[in-house]
Design a protein around this ligand. Structure first.
Ligand SMILES: Nc1ncnc2c1ncn2[C@@H]1O[C@H](COP(=O)(O)OP(=O)(O)O)[C@@H](O)[C@H]1O
Ligand SMILES: [Mg+2]
Length: 258
């Protein structure tokens, strides 16, 4: 059996230099958590509390000011398809078709395994409901379809860590709930690590095996909650509503509305 993947953040701080003044923004202060295969970590918190900064650090797009981030014991040195990131707005190539968008990154990753990818491409297109749209271009797709394409394009590289920064934020409520179920299926099938940032407390609770509640100025972890509700979850159960109340209260106490 393959050893399970483990992602560790140890005393991670991140500051950004402000232009004009000598000031720095302390985006993150002393972030500590560990995530293992099979965990789905939802991250919630008000705007500016450093959620995207955490994702970009793990993606290797930026580096900590202090502290360490390790995947399987190795310090993260930069971007790598083993850590796949999906942004709020799908970043697709407008001049490539659906299928070409999907195969582009696979081709980039490992030319030798191209034939293996062919069947994987088919499987993913089917799963995302995009098989019959394979020759369409991004501008011909709905928001939900484009986002599904962005998701499977990252999945094709079979990331050990799937980083989702408000990936469903631009979708209408119904599409969004369907996509949440698709995300659950994806994660359950892969068995890997998912970290998902969301503004939406219901979404965080519906999906996550853990919910990280953050607070701003400086960005920090207010609570790291184990969400042991069994799947499939009901958004209207008493248990769910109880959880919702708990997280809402936590966010209110952690945040000045001024
Ligand atoms: N590249 C950057 N340069 C300067 N400040 C930044 C940069 N990225 C983020 N910040 C600041 O860090 C804080 C956290 O930002 P961010 O991680 O985007 O928050 P969130 O995603 O939770 O809304 C904010 O105060 C933001 O203005
Ligand atoms: Mg953000």
């Amino acid at each position: 059996m393959m050893p399970a993947n483990i992602l560790e953040l140890n005393h991670v701080h991140k500051s950004f230099a402000r232009t004009e003044t000598e000031n720095v923004t302390q985006a993150l202060s002393d972030i500590n958590f560990t995530v293992r295969d099979g965990e789905f970590l939802s991250i919630v918190g008000p705007s500016g509390c450093g959620k995207s900064t955490i994702m970009r650090l793990i993606a290797g797009l930026i580096f900590p000011t202090a502290g360490t981030i390790k995947l399987n014991g190795e310090v993260i040195q930069g971007t790598n398809p083993e850590r796949g990131m999906v942004f709020q707005k799908p970043t697709l190539f407008p001049w490539l078709t659906v299928e070409q968008n999907l195969t582009f990154s696979a081709r980039m990753m490992n030319t030798a395994k191209r034939s293996e990818y062919k069947s994987e491409v088919e499987r993913l297109l089917e799963m995302a409901g995009l098989a019959e749209f394979r020759h369409d271009f991004p501008h011909q797709l709905s928001g939900g379809m484009a986002q599904r394409l962005a998701l499977i394009r990252t999945m094709i590289n079979q990331p050990k860590v799937f980083l989702l920064d408000e990936p469903l934020g631009a979708l209408d409520a119904f599409t969004r709930m369907n996509m949440q179920d698709e995300l659950l299926r994806l994660w359950q099938r892969s068995g890997h690590i998912v970290l998902m940032v969301t503004h939406d407390i219901d979404e965080a609770l519906y999906l996550g095996t853990r919910v990280l509640v953050m607070a701003p100025r400086p960005g920090r972890i207010r609570a790291d909650l184990v969400n042991d509700m069994s799947y499939p979850r009901s958004r209207t159960s008493d248990e769910f509503l109880h959880w919702r109340k708990r997280v809402l209260e936590m966010l209110d106490f952690g945040h000045n509305f001024n």
